[in-house]
Ligand binder design. Structure first.
Ligand code: ADP
Ligand code: ASP
Ligand code: MG
Length: 400
């Protein structure tokens, strides 16, 4: 098996789709079974978030039309008809938007279902195009492949919107898929929980879908195809003279991804690391460039800064208490509150009187209600200040 994950930009134009078909053919020629995992068309997940917001006020029709038009335009450009399945997803979306308008609120469960529709729609087009190109391709619902794990302590919201999945090698799945068509194609970003309900893996989570499948299938490798030719020393869109990092080890890639380099979702490293599956990053527009390879031995030794990363949308919680100096147990009590509220702490800084922690939106499904609950509980221990949204700038490297 080889798992090929294509991001939003990679699946939004005819020229990119020609390259996708080329990569799939090349893997078949290598004697590998390709599993294609892809995202929604670029910008569609944001549009669906907008659709949810507009549904509450009743003014969702223009957004819905934009979503429909994007998919119809791409189908037309690719020379394939708008299939009945794609139309059904649009009808479902309209029903859900009407329901939200009628009730005047949106549950996390419904939010997950609405946002999952982007991937469902895009992959209908992807499968139809690859079939049109003469490939023997089968569309699979990712919710039958990836199952969310029970996470003690995680909030209900996090379980719907930022779930994690089990990824042990799965011989039954390997057998089932081996009996299928020569190319399998499925959605990133979505999975199902133990009740069979739709859950999301967090924004940008399609990379992690690819990684889970690579682990479950014990794939030869995981290839992440995106809109830049690899992982760079900084975001190449912000820093034009950033350098391509040709080889990294899993821990370096993990640190760079966790510090905000959006090119890899931070949760996509662990599954491939655990089963020593090489991960590579490539540019769909320029498939000839070698890109970045991440393996257990990829890191070059020596102390040096490997990357400068930025991360936005961070919330700081500053805890201030005069009595903290030389006091025993304050940090224990304070961190217990974060645990109780199912919130994962990212960075920590302390001084004599203040402890400040950061909450990463990628790890925590934070909303006003969740923050309010946290502040109420912490206020019993100290004075609390919420600061945000903030940005973090990180230098990542060995022994620095
Ligand atoms: P996809 O839709 O293919 O998943 P993303 O937008 O999620 O693509 O991730 C690719 C983007 O990551 C690039 O366009 C680039 O702007 C950004 N990025 C941020 N930091 C880095 C980095 N260090 N190296 C490469 N890309 C980076
Ligand atoms: N479409 C989803 C998002 O925009 C998942 C992904 O692209 O990885 O967050
Ligand atoms: Mg991405």
């Amino acid at each position: 098996w080889v798992v090929l994950k294509f991001g939003g930009t990679s699946v939004s134009s005819v020229s990119n789709w020609k390259n996708v078909a080329g990569v799939v053919r090349a893997r078949l020629d290598e004697g590998l079974r390709p599993v294609v995992v892809h995202s929604a068309l670029s910008g569609i997940t944001d549009r669906l978030e907008q659709l949810l917001a507009k549904a509450l006020t009743g003014d969702w029709e223009p957004v819905m039309e934009q979503v429909e038009r994007r998919h119809a335009d791409l189908s037309r450009d690719l020379g394939i008809p708008v299939c009945a399945d794609l139309e059904r997803h649009c009808i479902d979306l309209r029903k859900m938007a009407s329901g939200i308008q009628l009730i005047g609120e949106v549950s996390d469960r419904l939010r997950a279902r609405v946002m999952a529709t982007g991937e469902l729609m895009a992959t209908r087009i992807g499968a139809a195009y690859l079939a049109h190109e003469g490939l023997d391709v089968q569309w699979l619902d990712a919710r039958t492949l990836l199952h969310a794990e029970e996470r003690p302590g995680a909030s209900a919201r996090a379980n719907y919107l930022s779930a994690t999945c089990v990824f042990e090698p799965d011989p039954a799945l390997q057998q089932r898929l081996a009996a299928g068509h020569s190319v399998l194609l499925t959605q990133g970003f979505i999975a199902s929980d133990s009740r069979g309900e739709t859950v999301l893996l967090g924004r940008g989570g399609s990379d992690t879908s690819g990684s889970y499948l690579a682990a479950k299938l014990h794939a030869r490798r995981l290839e992440i195809w995106t809109d830049v030719p690899g992982m760079f020393t900084a975001n190449p869109r912000q820093v034009p003279n950033a350098r391509l990092l040709k080889s990294l080890d899993y821990d370096e890639a993990q640190e760079i991804a966790s510090s905000g380099a959006k090119v890899l979702h931070p949760r996509c490293i662990l599954p491939v690391k655990q089963y020593s599956i090489p991960l590579s990053v490539h540019d769909t527009q320029r498939p000839g460039i070698e890109g970045t390879v991440v393996t257990a031995t990829g890191g070059a030794g020596g102390a040096r800064v490997k990357a400068v990363c930025t991360k936005k949308g961070i919330t700081l919680i500053s805890m201030d208490t005069l009595g903290m100096w030389h006091q025993v147990g304050f940090l224990g009590d304070a961190f217990a509150v974060f645990k109780e509220h199912g919130l994962s702490v990212d960075l920590v800084s302390t001084s004599e009187t203040t402890v400040t922690v950061s909450l990463d939106p990628a790890a925590n499904a934070l909303d006003a209600r969740a923050l309010e609950g946290l502040v109420t509980s912490l206020s019993k221990l100290c004075r609390v200040e919420v600061i945000g949204p903030c940005a973090a700038v990180s230098l990542v490297g060995r022994s620095i």
